[in-house]
Ligand binder design. Sequence first.
Ligand code: GLU
Length: 416
Amino acid sequence: MKMPIPDYLTEILDHVRDSDGGEVADYIPELAGADPDRLALALCTTSGHVYSAGEHADVEFTIQSISKPFVFALALQELGTDAVMEVVGLEPSGEAFNELSLDDNDNRPVNPMINAGAIAVNQLINGVDSSVEERVEKIRDLFSRLAGRELRIDGGLSASELDGADRNLSIAHMLRSYGIIRDSAHDAVRSYTDQCSILVTTRDLAVMSATLATGGVQPVTGERLLSPEACRLTLAVMSSAGMYDGAGRWMAGVGIPAKSGVSGGLIGTLPGQLGIASFSPRLDSQGNSVRGVRMFELLSHDMGLHLMSADQQSVPGVRSITRDGDDTVIRLQGTINFTAAENILHELSAHNLGGTRLVLDVSRVTSFNRMGRRMVKEGLRRLREDGFRCSIFDPDGVVTNLEFSDGTLVDTVDVL
Ligand code: GLU
């Protein structure tokens, strides 16, 4: 069976493809030349299955501010929470990303997602005495492991940003004047700018985001890269401050901890379930990708991904797969949301299903959300196309709508 998830992702892309609102960031000269029509979407589950859509899913772009949560997580892991909290706070700022502001009471940057906080956190990596090169290399190495491939820095872009970095230099001078950083302002901004200039693809970002979702184990390579505590705190900050000053509305509407960047990337992380990434360079007035935000709104709504909704707790959807003569019986369990349905379809496509009839037993399923039901039915429809007779055992009527997308009905059995 061919997995239906790339088709769903393509549907989302098709929804936003024609929208041309927003402007490409132009305050960094090299970003101004980005192709505004590029569009991609990718998703990685905590079990390491990666799906992508759009012809630009493997196109590289600079990570920009999406680097901030990962460097924050690295600092937490290297130094522990208390040491990191000495240089940066955890409160949402409600200000622009490049605001020249510190907390009135303790002179720390208010959080690690605004530039002041990110520059302060960057300076913690590899110790305060580190050279810029060694610090950046440590970050590049972590990002490569998070992505599962060797990443490189776009030196041209970094130099072009550094050339006009008056604002970030002012921030660094301010941090130095309060004793929060020790490097010269120029070195601090060079290090931070290199961090922002690491080249990633949408697919890379989905896997990196999924590593936060697992609590620090890269789901494709299996390597532990971050501690569960570091991931938890990072996701908490992403949920309150990840979307510049649109963070509150984002959390209410989309409900996925997220981080966006000025090159048009956007990541979302559903703890325990998924990492999602989108790429589309045109930005709204808050600096978030216009089509990226729209894609996340659609994903959250259509796939039932809002973190605060009641059906987020999921257990593996497949309880057992057994063979009985010509029948293969697939027993499902729990709440079937997107993640559970992905697990079911993945099991069904990986399993060498025998016999001629498949019976899906949903008697232990407590509920389906809309996307879970849609995906499981689509899986049955595709298995039927593959030549199986498919029926469902649903004594409590949890599936509710037994019509396939092609208008035919799911066969039911009364006893098992
Ligand atoms: N390097 C960019 C800056 O500091 C990153 C900004 C962003 O993506 O929000 O201006």
